[in-house]
Design a protein around this ligand. Structure first.
Ligand code: OOG
Ligand code: NI
Length: 453
């Protein structure tokens, strides 16, 4: 077969994320409404802010904006997690980062499967936040054993998708037809099931321990529980959500609004109560699926992240139980300690930057100066913050809690275990900060080489 017709891992991921979005729109119509709202706000923001338009275009992010989504799932066993790792690898998505949610009273730990290099991210940065249930944190032994036994009987993958994963692993590629089939079969793992695999009594027993445990254990598969488009103005989306019939969560998580956004801000509409048929024919309900919006900003260096974490803690202490407006006012005043300009963030080493040549820089040759700040001052080089591609554990906990109905609990705290997670995953997770540092260094090296040229 002609080499050129073979789809790349980026193509497969692009097809899959679109198929997933279509499936979720059909399953949860409110998600379709959310997509329309975000699209409208993004268009308005871009037309009101030409400088933002220019920046996104220069970073190659304008094209990806309309396809950009993240999703989340929760699985029950090491075997499910490691097979997912192989499934995501077919789409060029690799485990990045370790998130310990036990600290926030949620008995899971997680990673994000996502593309890693510049080109893959520019094409479609689809990410899936993937959590593994930690049954070992449940003290009730009978309940723990019961849940383990239920999980042992299910297979969340179709036999065809397993075949196609193996085919990709041995050949290193799939044909276009195989890729389409892969997308169709992989999607089955993420589908919603109205029939639970357990009776109502078992469901309630698991819910009483933690709603999340019931969500993972009682169904045939790890239904996608939300999909998240990226907005350029999350405050505006939050404001307009009630107008289109959505019930937004109380506060926007993460940093406050800034001229130079950092990390990630998130909000969601509350999970829907959906009817479920339990074994033995009893009718009941389950609340799991919701819609979320995110606004992404600059990836922070370890120094920037430490400052963010410190200010977030301070802000959260002062903002307990405030409504969103009051919460944002507190955060705004606390975050005045975080410089809000690209230059200051760059000079103080708070954020990662992508360096590229201006038009003048592209025409220049034989420039031996190696000082990027001087090159920027001479108009040869520009630097744009690198977009944060990952997640934030405190925000993730806020999203979990607002949708599981739980208050913050100390029940499982202090039990991060990255080794156990990686053992279950069957691989190490990549450190997200090293990825940003590599991309920054590579962009600097390219610019300097070309100017010397
Ligand atoms: C995942 C919650 C985390 C985010 O955007 O931080 C998440 C879940 O509810 O399974 O998706
Ligand atoms: Ni999310």
């Amino acid at each position: 077969m002609n080499q050129k017709t073979l789809p790349s891992t980026d193509d497969v991921r692009d097809r899959f994320s679109k198929a997933m979005s279509a499936m979720y729109q059909a399953e949860v119509p409110q998600y379709g409404t959310l997509l329309e709202l975000v699209e409208r706000v993004n268009q308005e923001t871009l037309s009101q802010q030409p400088e933002l338009y220019r920046r996104l275009e220069a970073q190659g992010e304008l094209a990806r904006l309309t396809v950009e989504r993240h999703g989340a799932i929760r699985v029950g066993t090491a075997d499910e997690l490691s097979t997912l790792r192989r499934l995501f690898a077919v789409m060029g998505m690799h485990p990045v980062g370790y998130y310990d949610l036990s600290e926030a009273g949620v008995p899971v730990h997680s990673t994000a499967f996502r593309p890693i290099n510049d080109n893959a991210l520019a094409k479609n940065p689809f990410r899936v936040f993937t959590s593994l249930l930690r049954l070992e944190l449940i003290e009730n032994e009978a309940l723990r054993q019961g849940a383990t036994a239920i999980l042992a009987t299910r297979d969340i993958f179709t036999s065809k998708v397993r075949e196609l994963i193996e085919c990709h692993e041995s050949k290193g590629e799939l044909s276009s037809e195989e890729a389409d089939q892969f997308v169709k079969e992989a999607l089955e793992t993420f589908r919603w099931h109205q029939n639970a695999t357990v009776d109502l009594e078992t469901y309630h027993a698991l819910c009483d321990e933690h709603r999340l445990i019931a969500d993972v254990v009682c169904f045939r598969g790890p239904h996608i529980n939300h999909l998240t488009p990226r907005t350029l103005d999350i405050d505006e989306v939050q404001r307009r959500m009630p107008d289109v019939g959505m019930n937004p969560k109380a506060v926007i998580e993460g940093p406050p609004r800034r001229a130079w956004p950092i990390l990630l801000r998130q909000t969601s509409f509350k999970a829907l109560e959906e009817s479920i048929r339990f074994a033995g024919d009893a009718q009941g309900t389950h609340t799991a699926r919701f819609g979320e919006v995110e606004q992404r900003g600059a990836a922070l260096t370890p120094k920037g992240r430490a400052l963010y974490d410190q200010l977030l803690d301070e802000g959260r202490e002062q903002a307990i139980r405030l409504d969103n407006d009051a919460h944002q006012t507190v955060m705004n005043s606390v975050f005045t300690a975080f410089p809000d300009s690209d230059q200051a963030m760059r000079r103080e080493g708070l954020a990662y930057f992508h360096y590229y040549l201006t038009d003048t820089g592209q025409a220049a040759k034989g420039v031996v100066d190696q000082d990027t700040e001087a090159l920027i001052a001479q108009g040869l080089v520009e630097a744009q913050p690198i977009t944060y591609e990952d997640f934030l554990p405190v925000s993730a906990a806020g999203i979990f809690q607002s949708n599981l109905g739980g208050a913050k609990s100390e029940a499982y705290s202090g039990s991060a275990n990255r080794d156990a997670f990686e053992k279950a995953l069957g691989a190490q997770v990549t450190d997200e900060l090293s990825l940003y540092a590599e991309r920054e260094n590579a962009s600097k090296a390219r610019v300097l080489a070309s100017l010397q040229g």
